[in-house]
Design a binder for this molecule. Structure first.
Ligand SMILES: [Zn+2]
Length: 293
């Protein structure tokens, strides 16, 4: 089992026994992970996806508990299905959120696209994780986070979408999000990515499995290859992650985001990497086929 707990317990209690006369540590001496959110009536924006009703139902105070997690970007409103996770898991989730808000802008080199409070929905049985959906109040952003209890939530992946933004290439958007997730939690399972996943090996197998139309979607403008969705979408993510990794070994984040912002347009590859998309793609595939040292 891949249960994953941060050292939340260490934050809650001193590592060494306190001397008898020591005063308990004051609130200023330890980070505040979360506090109960004052009651508010949720008025989420309407959104045209299949999960609008699910989110509205979860926002009902009889269905969820609400916490505020302080961050440098106006905080996070955590909406957690009643009884779903215990206090230790809640604390480690709050700590992960604070870490994501602090680290993702630096890691991606992007000014945060969201600079005020956003909502994170946490639930047991429900839709897959998603970013850029409505938060609790008009104009607020939100994201849905599945598999929190199992410690397999794609928190850093989804927050990369939310904080760093995205362009017109689904492949590049997903590739960089998974790259960040793996950089901040190396080898940890998340969503449908198994623990210890090697994107290069998984992608090499995928390229041999699917028709050539599949490979032409990797790093390219637009959406994924329209095949048998569930089967192909995992491979699409692995290959996108692997391809983005190859671009980041060649040049830095700045070059990568020039291409993401241009939606994977061939012209953008040429100006950011001084090489054509076809050349970069062929070099990447060569690398996949070379035996690893
Ligand atoms: Zn994603």
């Amino acid at each position: 089992m891949r249960l994953f707990f941060l050292a939340a317990a260490a934050l809650l209690s001193p590592l060494t026994p306190a001397p008898a006369r020591a005063q308990p540590a004051g609130p200023a001496s330890r980070p505040v992970l979360r506090e109960p959110a004052p009651p508010e009536t949720a008025r989420p924006d309407s959104f045209d996806d299949d999960n609008d009703d699910f989110r509205r139902a979860l926002l009902d105070p009889s269905r969820s508990d609400r916490w505020l997690v302080p961050t440098s970007l106006g905080g996070v409103l955590l909406v957690v299905q009643k009884g779903y996770i215990d206090d230790i898991r809640l604390d480690s989730l709050a700590s992960d959120l604070q870490e994501a808000v602090a680290k993702i802008p630096a890691l991606t080199g992007r000014e945060p696209r969201v600079r005020k409070r956003f909502t994170v929905y946490v639930y047991n049985d429900g839709p897959p994780s998603a970013a850029n959906i409505p938060g609790a109040q008009p104009g607020e952003k939100g994201l849905m986070l599945a598999f929190v209890k199992e410690g397999e939530d794609p928190l850093f992946h989804e927050l990369t979408h939310l904080l760093a933004g995205r362009g017109g290439s689904t492949s590049l958007n997903e590739g960089v999000a998974e790259w960040v997730q793996d950089r901040l939690r190396p080898g940890r399972a998340n969503a449908f990515v198994p623990a210890g996943a090697d994107p290069d090996a998984l992608c090499k197998a995928a390229l041999a499995k699917w028709p050539s139309a599949f490979r032409s979607t990797i790093g390219a403008p637009g959406d994924w290859f329209k095949g048998p969705r569930r089967a192909i979408v995992f491979d699409y993510y692995y290959c996108s992650w692997s391809f983005v990794g190859s671009l980041l070994r060649r040049k830095d984040m700045k070059a990568l985001w020039r291409v993401i912002d241009a939606g994977g347009a061939p012209k953008a590859y040429r100006s950011a990497y001084d090489a054509t998309y076809d050349r970069l793609f062929a070099d990447w595939v060569d690398g996949l086929n070379r035996p690893k040292p």
